[in-house]
Design a protein around this ligand. Structure first.
Ligand code: KIV
Ligand code: ZN
Length: 499
């Protein structure tokens, strides 16, 4: 069995789903973390879809050194040219081109005959081959396509220069057994199939994306496409953390392990959730708060006697620290940076100094600082250069009248003060901020408050989403004062909106 390659499409298929959009700085942060995690290929975007997408694919291609960087393109010359333009400076650039192969897509979407699809496949893969030999070709909606037609399409793609053949379950329709059988069939029947890699790309509409991807691996697929936290269109894609940990937990079934550093999984998941302003559902496998919690007496008893009674993998193996070490105001920079290293954070000297400053500020407000607090502090590094920064704020509750707020913001060297009334503190403060910033019309779509660790003095985290003209802007704020966290989250999102 060969090592399975991990193709991450968080920044393409994940990012194109509603509420998951990221700005350039955020995409670069995610790309660097994916590189640290050890994925084999980063699909950085769909270069032709917008000038912003082109810029981000290009910037990621220039930044990333230790894995391949791909751009998606339809099977059209202009798309392929644009994809190449965006990725050509990468250490290992890849063009990923696709065309639909199912009867329903060919007839109603493409309005092309099967023969025309085969011709287009040959012509466009040959066109991509003028630029690079690292070409992936996808048969969109493959799992609702005729297997013998797929054999012909794959044959045409291989003869024209494709090195990876991706078999997507675009609509999340298939089952693990069908996916396995399909890959086995293609491996057996496509001429020269041993010279290429088959790949699987599964959507989660029936909650089976991970199982289907693993079915494909059992059938002989050598590449799995997935996204961090399973983000993606509709119900999402194959979740990277789940599929990787399944392979790690059952090497007897899946063979040689992917080259992922599993200790970076939790941190990667957190980073992506933070950026899109969401958090993991408690019961999310691998990264949810309850993923390693044993509540029932019988389970607790078993785990205390021997962990393997109820634990098939350890929290440490995905980078979750359970031996919570407590730091306090007497802890020095050395102890702090050592703890960061143990938690899997490789920060530059400047980042450590900055994080240590925040840690000290927190120590003045909170007696003990836990790993959870430290992780929240360092993953809260603002990825948007904040145009407006909070200087101070005040709120007064005035009984039935509501709440009166005043706020002072700073933009470069200029200070701005405003007051406003509202139903509650957040409402009044956001209204005061709007008076200063004057953002375009927008709606507050989501607003979540959570505690980062235990205790009444815990850090509170606010994540929110603003919707402006159909685009989503997420924000995150962290403070021992939940109102302050709410202001920071709003400013974070408003700064993105005003960019
Ligand atoms: O789901 C799908 O079919 C895709 C392809 C473009 C690879 O995302
Ligand atoms: Zn997809």
């Amino acid at each position: 069995m060969s090592r399975i390659k991990i193709f991450d499409t968080t920044l393409r298929d994940g990012e194109q789903s509603p509420g998951c959009s990221m700005n350039l700085a955020e995409k670069l942060q995610v790309a660097s973390q994916l590189e640290r995690l050890g994925v084999d290929i980063i699909e950085a975007g769909f270069a032709i879809s917008s000038p912003g997408d082109f810029e981000s694919v290009k910037s990621i291609a220039e930044l990333v050194k230790n894995c391949s960087v791909a751009s998606l393109s339809r099977a059209l010359e202009k798309d392929i040219d644009c994809a190449w333009d965006a990725v050509k400076h990468a250490a290992d650039p890849r063009i990923h081109t696709f065309i639909a192969t199912s009867p329903v897509h060919m007839e109603y979407k493409l309005k092309m005959t099967p023969e025309q699809v085969i011709e287009r496949t040959s012509a466009m893969v040959k066109h991509a081959a003028k630029y690079t030999s690292n070409i992936e070709f996808s048969c969109e909606d493959a799992m609702r396509s005729d297997p013998d037609f797929l054999v012909r399409v794959c044959d045409a793609a291989i003869k024209s220069g494709a090195k990876v053949l991706n078999i997507p379950d675009t609509v999340g329709y298939t089952t693990p057994g069908e996916m396995r059988a399909m890959i086995e069939y293609l491996v057996r029947n496509v001429p020269d199939s041993d010279k290429v890699e088959f790949s699987v790309h599964c959507h989660n509409d029936l909650g089976m994306a991970v199982a289907n991807a693993l079915g494909g691996v059992l059938g002989g697929a050598l590449q799995v496409e997935c996204t961090v936290n399973g983000l993606g269109e509709r119900a999402g894609n194959t979740s990277l953390e789940e599929v990787v940990m399944a392979m790690h937990t059952r090497p007897d079934l899946y063979g040689e392990l992917p080259r992922i550093d599993t200790k970076q999984i939790y941190r990667t998941s957190k980073l992506v959730y933070n950026i899109i302003g969401q958090s993991a559902p408690n019961n999310k496998p691998i990264v949810g708060a309850n993923a390693f919690a044993h509540e029932s007496g019988i389970h607790q008893h078993g785990v205390l006697a021997n962990k393997s009674t109820y634990e098939i993998m350890t929290p440490e193996s995905v980078g979750i620290q359970t031996n919570q070490m407590v730091l306090g105001k007497h802890s020095g920079k050395h102890a702090f940076s050592e703890r960061l290293k143990e938690l899997g954070y490789e920060l530059t000297d400047d980042q450590i100094i900055d994080a240590f400053g925040k840690f000290k500020e927190l120590c003045d407000k909170k007696k003990t600082v836990t790993d959870g607090d430290i992780e929240a502090l360092v993953s809260n590094t603002e990825v948007v250069d904040g145009k407006y920064k909070l200087v101070s704020f005040d709120v007064k509750t005035m009984g039935k009248v509501g709440v009166c707020s005043s706020i002072c913001l700073k933009q470069e060297d200029e200070f701005f003060e405003e007051k406003s009334l509202g139903d509650g503190a957040i409402d009044a403060l956001y209204a005061a901020i709007d008076k200063i910033v004057m953002p375009p019309e927008h709606v507050l779509d989501k607003f979540n408050i959570s505690a980062v660790s235990e205790g009444k003095d815990t850090l509170g985290e606010v994540t929110l989403k603003l919707n402006c003209e159909g685009k989503t802007y997420s924000g995150r704020g962290l403070s021992t004062d939940i109102i302050e966290a709410g202001i920071m989250a709003y400013l974070n999102a408003i700064n993105k909106l005003m960019q």
